[in-house]
Design a protein around this ligand. Structure first.
Ligand SMILES: [Ca+2]
Length: 170
């Protein structure tokens, strides 16, 4: 089952669902004081249940792993090794996950891209592995799971204009 494969693959690459859920909690708790970590875990798992999300994860993680094994053709191999700033396919791919729950996830994704909260920072700073795609995929997962909670919560306030300005997608 591809759902279990996606979970196993994330675990193999050092990402626990609970770590993604912690980011979701951080994103949504200002708007939803009663939100529990368990609800955030449930939301991350629901996003991971989508086949299109699973396929996106497989694609990005495969490229990370092939780059670690030095199996990509140049110049892609060296671009991935250097995590070149101008390379944007990692963010573009992850946006496919964000959009599963509509535009509301976009602000969170932009914020996470800048702040690199929790596990995203750890992946980004890990020098023994290549995580060019994985950090963005995790941010995309967290943003989508957060948007899913916001959609379900009728009392949820939307992000203020001020915060969306400072968190604009880079
Ligand atoms: Ca990246």
């Amino acid at each position: 089952m591809t759902y279990q494969t996606a979970l196993d693959l994330l675990a193999k690459r050092g990402v626990a669902v609970e770590q993604v859920a912690e980011i979701v909690h951080r994103l949504q708790s200002p708007y939803n004081a009663d939100l529990t970590i368990e609800e955030c875990v449930e939301s991350v798992l629901a996003v991971l249940g989508k086949r299109e999300v699973q396929y996106t994860l497989f694609t990005g993680i495969a490229l990370d792993m092939l780059a670690e094994q030095k199996l990509l053709p140049d110049p892609l191999q060296s671009i991935m090794e250097n995590d070149e700033a101008l390379y944007g396919a990692d963010e573009t791919l992850a946006l496919g996950i964000v959009h599963v729950y509509g535009m509301i996830g976009l602000t969170s994704f932009g914020y996470l891209d800048k702040e690199k909260a929790g596990i995203i920072r750890a992946l980004n700073n890990n020098r023994s592995h290549i995580h060019v795609f994985l950090d963005d995929l995790v941010a995309g997962l967290a943003a989508a799971a957060s948007a899913r909670i916001a959609h379900k919560n009728k009392n949820a306030r939307t992000y203020s204009a001020a915060s969306s300005e400072e968190n604009s997608v880079s």
